[in-house]
Design a protein around this ligand. Structure first.
Ligand SMILES: Nc1ncnc2c1ncn2[C@@H]1O[C@H](COP(=O)(O)OP(=O)(O)OP(=O)(O)O)[C@@H](O)[C@H]1O
Ligand SMILES: [Mg+2]
Length: 620
């Protein structure tokens, strides 16, 4: 129990804003699995009843066989003249019934938890599936507005608290309520004044549990903060080792670390004090209740004086009451401790539902049709775009890219280059004007059909932790191994892939770890080559790669661009020279356009950019 307490208490609790609404949402998910939930409740009620029956039967053993009294025995007919062996026989029978009740209790509790988990796990799976679907529906805009960490935390931490709630917290709380209810009911039925005497300790028990658990939680929170500081110190000392040493700050650094470390220890010990104290305090309180009970009962029995006008309490009933009091301890504790878990679970559920309710901002029109195979003419008509309402980042963008042309987009950082290309696959929508492919507004076609025909290679390529083969195949899932290899050969990636430890079967680490940036980009280029799209979008890497890889990538790009309408956010002079049109973007507008030669001749902004950025490269 102690470890259990510690584990449960060492968790952040958060409260839900609208408990009933969230419970209603959970109920909808449970509807499909209501049978599991219903059975769980039935089993819990039976087990609570068995928990109460056992003390009652123990009392009957006394009142029917040891000190038989017809008045107090309902289990059997009392024969005061019965021989010892007959009585023992009867007692034996009662013990068998008692054992059966214990077994029933245990089996019912087991089944109740099983049924609840069955329903709960089904619900968790459904919620997780919906979350995953939702993640794919949300637009790129949503992901730039929200931190990936926050979204991940809903999928993992919040779902975890919900899972804990359904796995044990909720049912333990419900079971606790039923057990306490049944015990109180059984006590009141047996003898009201004695019931009140025995129950007098419950408020104290609740207060004690509440106090100790909230103190323990506070201490755990403090310990967590301190360990966070300690870890941060550690990390800074390692990362900034040179600075620490250069400025002779070792002593300060060590002192600070020691203080945090000490505070963490203190907080943890304090927490241990409260978690360890809870159980003994509760035990003491129930012993106090028992003592009170025995005192009052014994006094009234000895004096043959009934308490508050009721009949004299039998020895068996006193024994039953003592057992009842013992049995109150655990449910009181569980309710007080686990109730916070239920609250956290509901709060976690609320956050999950709010993600599920997030409006999807880019949706297919109801009458959206699939985009026919693209020929490749792209037109921007008076396009305006904004990320925040009222703040235009693109204004009056007009241009036409004909089939097979290469459009180079250049301009200073923050000019709007990425924004322009984001509008073509509809990662964002225009706020005014239109983007048309082969004369069709991109907002009139399905997103699937649009994006499946546009190949995109971004600066920082994302590779999945899978084999090279599968990473390339991501471009077209039904491609055969031969087709994958052919695509890699086309963009000259085959050579380096063959040299990897397991060739095409080499498993890549997260974010393509183990490969150089240039190699990762080659894989991304092969991926798009396999996809064979008619429109291509490239965001050229600015990071430097060695000249050999650079040349290979350059050649790969050129291969890839052949015969496709391409938009390139260009950083390489060679790309710009090859372009049919260069668009010079500044402050969200196209300020100059033409071929590289034409723009140079204009001696305007492009010329300045060229002189500052490329003239050196030109010379070398
Ligand atoms: N997700 C976003 N939310 C809000 N504002 C954004 C967002 N993305 C870009 N912006 C703003 O829009 C403007 C254009 O940004 P954009 O990314 O298109 O520039 P860029 O020309 O691609 O720059 P760079 O060369 O640095 O990539 C910038 O002022 C930028 O701050
Ligand atoms: Mg950009």
């Amino acid at each position: 129990m102690l470890d259990f307490n510690r584990r449960i208490l060492d968790q952040e609790t958060s409260k839900s804003q609208n408990i009933f609404r969230t419970i209603g949402r959970f109920a909808q998910y449970f509807r499909q699995y209501w049978l599991g939930f219903a059975f769980s409740m039935i089993f819990v009620v039976i087990s609570a009843w068995a928990t109460v029956l056992a003390p009652e039967l123990t009392g009957q053993a006394v009142d029917c066989y040891l000190f038989p009294s017809a008045e107090n025995c309902w289990y059997t007919t009392v024969d005061t003249a019965a021989s010892t062996s007959t009585r023992l026989e009867g007692l034996g029978g009662l013990v068998i019934v008692l054992v059966a009740v214990f077994v029933l209790d245990a089996v019912m509790v087991g089944l109740a938890f099983y049924a609840m988990r069955w329903a709960g796990q089904n619900v968790i799976r459904d919620i997780r599936n919906r979350l995953f679907d939702k993640i794919h529906q949300l637009s790129i805009g949503y992901y730039t507005r929200n931190e990936a960490g926050d979204i991940m935390s809903r999928l993992t931490n919040d779902l975890d608290t919900v899972q804990q709630m359904f796995n044990f917290a909720l049912l333990n709380v419900i079971r606790g309520v039923f057990i306490i209810g049944s015990i109180v009911f059984a006590m009141l039925r047996a003898n009201v004044p004695y019931a009140l005497v025995s129950l007098s300790m419950i408020p104290l028990m609740l207060v004690a549990t509440q106090y100790f658990s909230s103190q323990a939680r506070k201490a755990f929170r403090k310990a967590r903060q301190e360990i966070g500081n300690v870890n941060a110190d550690l990390q800074e000392s390692i990362a900034g080792a040179r600075e620490v040493q250069a400025f002779n700050r070792e002593e300060e650094s060590i002192a600070q670390f020691n203080a945090g470390n000490q505070a963490n220890r203190d907080a943890n010990i304090r927490a241990a004090m409260f978690t360890s104290a809870l159980n003994p305090v509760l035990e003491a309180l129930s012993f106090a209740a028992m003592g009170l009970m025995v005192l009052v009962g014994g006094y009234s029995a000895l004096n043959n004086q009934p308490l508050l006008g009721t009949s004299v309490i039998s020895v068996g009933t006193i024994i039953a009451f003592i057992a009842y009091i013992q049995r109150l301890n655990q449910p009181v504790q569980q309710i007080a401790i686990l109730w916070t878990n239920v609250q956290s679970g509901i709060a976690g559920g609320e956050r999950i539902f709010s993600l599920l309710d997030e409006p999807v901002d880019i949706v297919d029109k109801p009458d959206a049709r699939p985009l026919p195979t693209i020929d490749g003419t792209v037109i921007f008509e008076n396009v305006e775009a904004e990320y925040k309402p009222g703040e235009k980042v693109l204004r009056g963008i007009n241009f036409q890219a004909n089939k097979g042309q290469i459009i180079a987009i250049v301009g200073p950082t923050g000019a709007g280059k990425t924004t322009i290309i984001n509008l073509i696959p509809r990662f964002y929508d225009v706020t005014n004007g239109a983007v048309k492919i082969d004369g069709i507004d991109v907002r009139d076609v399905t997103q699937d059909s649009l994006r499946s025909q546009i190949g995109i290679v971004l600066q920082d390529t994302f590779l999945f932790s899978d084999t090279v083969m599968e990473n390339i195949r991501y471009g077209r899932l039904d491609a055969t191994d031969e087709e994958v290899i052919e695509a890699a050969k086309l963009v000259a990636a085959h050579e380096f892939i063959e040299r990897l430890p397991d060739g095409y079967q080499t498993v890549l680490g997260e974010r393509g770890g183990g490969l150089s940036q240039g190699q990762r980009q080659l894989i991304a280029i092969a991926r798009v080559a396999l996809m064979n799209p008619n429109i291509l979008i490239l965001d050229e890497a600015t990071s430097s790669v060695d000249t050999r890889t650079e040349r290979i990538i350059q050649a790969a790009f050129e291969k890839l661009l052949e015969g496709r309408t391409s938009f390139v956010i260009a950083h390489r002079l060679s790309t710009i020279r090859n372009a049919d049109q260069v668009l010079m973007v500044k402050d969200g507008q196209i300020i100059e356009r033409g071929t590289h030669q034409e723009l140079l001749a204009q001696r305007g902004a492009y010329y300045d950019l060229y002189m500052s950025q490329f003239s050196e490269a030109e010379a070398s």
